[in-house]
Design a protein around this ligand. Structure first.
Ligand SMILES: Cc1ncc(COP(=O)(O)O)c(C=O)c1O
Length: 375
């Protein structure tokens, strides 16, 4: 068994720990442990500091599951807690593995979407998220890729890295199609509910869909390593529960308690992410307009990342490498097999975002001046 190298995380791990301006991260503004504990009541803080560090329950701590069920407007039985959306993906791809099986995935997409089935020997069929279509999906293309060996179709909205969204009507149509063919529809919603235009609804409302979500992106507490799945089908849930007990047994208890506090105070936590995302995106829009001779983009409709490209069409790795040397971290598009693009995360930085954009602007000018000279 071989897992392909995770180029994005190799790049991020090389630079992100001591870079001056991180414009590669896909998360919202980070919270400290102290800030989360300050949201809790005195009694919750006491409970947190004195709880026993044993195993939690494989389906997740009851309080956390109840808080998630409340946000997702589902019955608490439908909630399976996992160690980040990463574990949800592992469970789903593992359970989809059968001789001759195929899965239908977005291209570009979060790299583990494909790394997992590829390593498990499942055929991958990609549908394109094309800039010619404003990074939208083409329902007919997805439907034509599926056949009777298709185990699952995965959608990601808001989409990483493009920030595109899938409308409620598109999701309804896919749900109807997958349900009629007994194909599992998986909706990765880790950037929900951060929107910059028309907000869309969670797939948790759809009886045959499977939702995966987490506390790493819109809820920017990646350090709690906690995510969840919403599943209305009790047979599938039993299989997740079993896989979960085998893969990781349960979550870490401290992470679950902090996640529960963040979920119970989601107006504040999600409100902060949305506010920073909106404010920074406005500044990014004027930046992109100012540098339109070198950079092009499609403004994101949701989430915290954009996927601009070099107008020259050249591979962006050298550009990203040179930017990193000037203290600005971007993520090169070849990590998504889209070499002229790069990912720009616009919500992890707060007060210093305008300074980061200024620095990036100086870099872009010197880069394009040097390239004009070369040409
Ligand atoms: C679309 C998407 N899904 C899932 C994940 C996994 O995140 P985590 O394991 O932190 O929940 C990520 C992380 O970047 C992501 O971008």
């Amino acid at each position: 068994m071989r897992l392909k190298p995770f180029l994005l995380d190799m790049w991020l791990d090389t630079y992100e720990h001591d870079i001056e301006f991180n414009l590669a991260a896909s998360e919202g503004p980070r919270w400290t442990l102290n800030e989360i504990l300050n949201l809790a009541s005195e009694e919750e803080r006491e409970r947190f500091l004195n709880h026993k560090l044993g195993y939690s329950r494989p389906a997740g701590a009851e309080g956390l599951r109840a808080a998630i069920a409340d946000m997702q407007a589902v019955n608490v039985d439908a909630v399976q807690v996992v160690t980040g959306a990463s574990e949800a993906l592992l469970i789903l791809m593992w359970l989809a593995t059968e001789p001759g099986a195929n899965v239908v995935l977005p291209q570009p997409g979060y790299p583990p979407f494909s790394a997992l089935p590829e390593s498990l020997g499942i055929e991958i069929r990609y549908y394109a998220v094309r800039k010619e279509n404003d990074f939208g999906i083409d329902l007919e293309e997805i439907k034509q890729l599926a056949d009777r060996n298709t185990k699952l179709i995965l959608v990601n909205s808001p989409h990483n890295p493009t920030g595109a969204t899938i409308s409620d009507a598109e999701l309804d149509s896919l749900h109807e199609f997958t349900a009629s063919r007994e194909i599992q529809l998986v909706s990765d919603e880790v950037y929900h509910p951060i929107y910059h235009g028309q907000a869309t609804r969670s797939a948790s409302r759809l009886p045959h869909a499977t939702v995966i979500h987490d506390f790493s992106k819109a809820f920017p507490l990646a350090g709690v390593r906690t995510g969840w799945m919403i599943e209305h089908d009790s047979k599938r849930r039993e299989r997740y529960w079993n896989a979960r007990t085998i893969f990781s047994i349960s979550n870490n208890t401290a992470g679950e308690m902090l996640a529960e506090t963040a979920m119970r105070h989601r107006d504040i936590v999600l409100g902060r992410t949305q506010q920073i995302a909106t404010q920074n995106l406005r500044q990014l829009a004027s930046f992109m307009s100012e540098h339109r001779e070198t950079l092009a983009w499609i403004p994101p409709r949701g989430g915290m990342t954009a996927f601009p490209w070099l107008v020259s069409g050249e591979n962006s790795r050298a550009f990203c490498q040179a930017a990193a040397e000037q203290g600005i971290l971007l993520a090169p598009g070849d990590c998504w097999d889209a070499p002229s693009h790069f990912r720009l995360g616009f919500t992890a930085m707060t007060d210093k975002f305008p300074v980061a954009l200024n620095r990036l602007g100086e870099f872009v000018k010197s880069w394009s001046a040097a390239n004009v000279t070369k040409a």
